[in-house]
Design a protein around this ligand. Sequence first.
Ligand code: DGJ
Length: 525
Amino acid sequence: MKEIPQIKKDKQGKRTFLVDGAPFVALSGELHNSSSSSLQYMDEHIWPALRPLHMNSVILPVAWESIEPEEGKFDFSLVDGLIAAARREQLRLIILWFGLWKNGNSTYIPGWVKKESSGVNARFFRARDGYGKPLGCISPFCHAAVTADAAAYKKLMEHIRAVDSTDRTVIAMQVENEIGVLGADRDYCTSAEKAFRQPVPKPVTDWFGVNGTWEEAFGRDGAEMMMAWQYASAVEQITSQGKSAYPLPMYVNAWLQQHPDRAGSYPCGGPIAKVKELWALAAPSVDAYAPDIYVNNFRAVCDEYATDGNPLFIPEVRATKDSASFLFYAVGRHDALCFAPFGIEDLFGRRTDEMGSDLLGVLNIGADAFQTEGAGQRLAAAYDIVGNMHTIIAEAHQAGKIHAFLEYHDAGTTIPLTKFDAQISYSGASESFFGGPGKQAGSAVAGGFIIEVSDDEFILCGSGYSVKFLPKPGIADQVGVLKKEEGHYKKDVWIPGRVLNGDEGYFIGLSDFPQVQRVSLYTYR
Ligand code: DGJ
């Protein structure tokens, strides 16, 4: 029997994803919402489209309505079929629990729940806006609904444990999806009104040192803090029930705060960066808070989420030619546990799930997030690189010898290394002979990482940048290239290709396609 997957915290608070007892980074992709609702569709359209990508896992939904179509009667045939197919494809699974909440709505609840959600006194009552109108989601104040969801989720975890404790095909669970109230700045149902006027719960007072009502304690953010507390408390009930059956790693994802910026235009109460500390207080069973990154500034979102001991786990990111550079940054800078472009089946498959402009408008996602041209080949190459350098990357993180960078409206960056400074130029134009690799119109965002193998020897990964190694300020050395070679890693072993000391040797640069080079330097006067 393989060890159960876990996200383990060490003494420094760093979290590592362990699968089969060894550190793991999920080189993954999330499927469109409906793909995994049909095993036949998966076989015909999805699994074949994933094969060229060098993924080690795939993220797919299992909906409450599909496992409990009638109250108390469970059907796990879809789950079993998905697990069997993933084993055949040699992919691990991360399952999204589409329970009470999906994108601020309650679209995946079973019919029997939907039918009992009408009216303020309904068994499964809905959140309400400030005018008293019912919203798309069941209220997180509805104990009956949270209890029913938690019971179903527990059944799912019991089942996964029963069928998967030997193989451990399923390696993590996402609890719900992009939680929060959409279309109002908070829930105004009767219970919410009452809670809003009461003092904040004692753990909140103790932790944040605040008193009074939510508004008195948190001012303008009071309503959002109350919703975050309520959703997090509900998720704690669901997650802890699930973990009591089978304690896989469990995370919660977030629709990010973004323009137009007011809670309710993005789901109010979800684990956006400013409330994740409160979430962590209310939901200690949750292993990670995970950003869905469709905004342009990928770098800033990663930097914001990889704080306070939260590991970087990216279950959704725009699926474009830039994804490969995003991966290098996430892994190289933050030792990410998971990276997964959304709609991954589109990269090499027949596009059947066109994200139309109406839908993207509702989701507040820019159309450029789904321009997949060129994305598949680049991501496949990047997954091949990172997947075959796993130990090298992990050891470099341990030793503090890995340095990542990502272009975002800037020309480059300078990284102080042990013996040299590495001057990275994204355009490749200004600092190197012959203009560096040059940036073609339409090329991807530059990004990558440098690993210091020793003071004079480096591994360069990524694309679209050049490097000039400079002596430290005040040292009058000239820096020369001893050897520069291309190649690739296979299970952490370097397989050299060409030695690039001729015309290519004038500058150290990586072209627009993801690749690896090794460079060693010498100095002279
Ligand atoms: C974010 C959601 O979490 C996904 O389920 C999906 O709806 C995507 N948006 C679509 O872009």
